[in-house]
Design a protein around this ligand. Sequence first.
Ligand code: ZN
Length: 204
Amino acid sequence: MLAELLGLVAPPRCCLCAQECGLREQLCERCESGLRGLAPCSTPVPGLDAAWSAAPYEGVARDLVVALKFAARLPLARRVGAVIAERAPTDLLEGVIVPVPAAPARRRWRGFDAAEGIAAALSFETGLPLGRCLRRSQGRRQVGRPRSERLAAPPRVRLAGPPPDAAVLVDDVVTTGATLGACARALRAGGCGRVVALTFARSR
Ligand SMILES: [Zn+2]
């Protein structure tokens, strides 16, 4: 009701390109169509049983991640979670959804955690339980570091609660897989048997 009334005053705008879009939609038809044109991809990551991404990190997918991270828009996290739920292979949608933890300082600074927002949306879409059982210790940022350095010094991740038997790690972007690998090691050390990862975008 409120959305309809507001729609009369100011037509809803696409979160990415500011074109008019449908009521209750986050993206316009053109951006949705750009997203549909990007194919999902799987990449082996050491320590994981499977790692799948809904799209390559390019075009609309990249714009979406940037908007999500830097404008901290929760409705966009819902759209991203829904895209993962629509596209992910069903055999990977089994277990407990575990968001990849952000470094503490980053989280405080933004007040919004993209991975956690996407994980909550994916849990809502799939009905799978959400388990925030990982924490990240303060360490050097991964972003902006050379690939070799990232792989040599992955972030420190520890358990903050009992891990599930099967975990579905969720993050916005995977690059080297070093962070996912560190999460998988912490989960397996606690007795988790199966670890897969679903990310929105795959960067190279
Ligand atoms: Zn748009």
